[in-house]
Design a protein around this ligand. Structure first.
Ligand code: SF4
Length: 393
């Protein structure tokens, strides 16, 4: 795919009327869907909730049933296929307080919101949108108390759901409270709002002032953006990233490999390249977790790694520095390489000290979707807390 020239960034004039997106929670509000398809989708959305907004819907090419933006948010019948687990990497086991996950010694996640600007059909946290649960807490006071008692934690990730859906006042209070905890050096915000609704940043001067105030020379705020496809990098999205950078926020991107959306080296290379141009370089690319409802979006591990590798080798420097990893229950496992017979892996982060930083070698398995489907070769280090040799189906 030939890269297009960068569009001119449109920064709204100070006196421009606010541009607000309209959120949709009903499939009846969707244009361009036949009555028959709508009924099928409704059955899917009864299990896995649907949400979109008019800005993002405008990016869809409705004449193409396989349009990647369409695949990303419009329900598909195959989501009801019996496959995977709702909590595929057992995040619930890391929950130490309501809305608080602590898996790696220095890092705590505060799940402070359970709504997003739209719902990605392939979301690995879709369980949070389904039921009342203890995994998310809008009240972060227990999380703040936990952090005050844990001086080993230097790094906090606000996540959910999407923290940027929250009102600015609440978000500002949370960030302000975190800044009062001296040992918390890095605050990260995981958000797909720069893709789903860039006006959230462009139209809220108070939010930008919050970012400017708390992203200081000594302690930066990081926005972990989530762009999946270069078509999400609209002029508005690019302006949103520019506005964040102007506030002193460090932007990086992370996304999964998703079948039918970005499982193409041309698409990925363009995404990584364009992101590096706008100051939001790719950080991780994730293998999709084998999550219930996600069967139509998942890729075999070897094929996904090949596509990723094909994309990164074309790019130099910042565009090609991303790592390809699985967020497994036991830790973040990077795929270092694959040859005709073997797969080479490494614990980039580990929940268990004995696995930390270890390289291990597994038999090549082109049917495998996840670490548990692999099998270490004789003589390799064998990580603890992994149930190797499970069936991929
Ligand atoms: S934005 Fe993130 S949390 Fe929200 S639906 Fe998409 S993947 Fe899930």
């Amino acid at each position: 795919m030939v890269s297009q020239s960068l569009p001119v960034i449109v920064v709204p004039p100070a006196d421009a009327a606010p541009r607000r997106v309209k959120y949709l929670n009903s499939l009846d509000q969707l244009p361009n869907i036949s009555a028959e398809d709508r009924e099928l989708m409704k059955k899917v959305s009864e299990r896995y909730v649907f949400r979109a907004n008019d800005y993002y819907l405008r990016l869809i090419d409705w004449s193409d049933p396989k349009d990647p933006i369409r695949q990303l948010i419009i329900p598909r019948q195959e989501e009801l296929n019996d496959w995977g687990k709702l909590d595929a990497s057992n995040e619930a086991a890391n929950t130490v307080e309501s809305g608080v996950q602590h898996k790696y010694t220095d890092t705590v996640l505060l799940l402070c919101n359970e709504v997003c600007g739209a719902y990605c059909r392939y979301c690995f946290r879709k369980r949070l949108f389904m039921n009342d649960n203890e995994e998310v807490s809008k009240d972060v006071s227990a999380g703040l108390a936990y952090l005050r008692e844990h001086p080993e934690v230097s790094n906090v990730l606000l996540t959910g759901g999407d923290p940027l859906i929250m009102g600015t006042k609440r978000l500002s209070e949370i960030i302000g409270a975190l800044r009062e905890i001296d040992h918390v050096k890095i605050i990260r915000i995981g958000s797909k709002m720069p893709a789903f609704n860039p006006y959230r940043v462009l139209e809220d001067a108070e939010l930008r002032a919050t970012f400017r105030r708390y992203s200081t020379a000594e302690k930066r705020l990081y926005l972990m953006c989530h762009f999946d496809h270069p078509r999400e990098l609209t002029p508005e999205a690019r302006a949103g990233i520019a506005a964040l950078l102007e506030c002193g926020v460090i932007c990086v991107n992370q996304c999964p490999m998703i079948r039918g959306i970005n499982d193409d080296p041309d698409v990925l290379a363009e995404l990584f390249r364009e992101l590096s141009y706008i100051g939001c370089p790719q950080y991780y690319m994730f293998q999709g977790r084998p999550t219930a409802g996600n069967e139509p979006f998942e890729m075999p591990l070897v094929r996904a790694w090949e596509i990723f590798s094909d994309a990164v080798v074309r790019e130099s420097g910042l565009a090609g520095r991303a790592r390809f990893a699985m967020s497994h229950a036991s830790g973040k496992v990077e795929v270092l390489g694959v040859d005709d017979e073997r797969m080479y892996l490494r614990y980039h982060r580990s929940k268990y000290a004995e696995n930390q930083g270890k390289v291990f070698v597994c038999k090549r398995n082109d049917e495998a979707y996840w670490l548990d489907h692999l099998e270490p070769v004789a003589g390799s280090f064998v990580p603890t807390h992994v149930e190797f040799g499970q069936s991929a189906r």
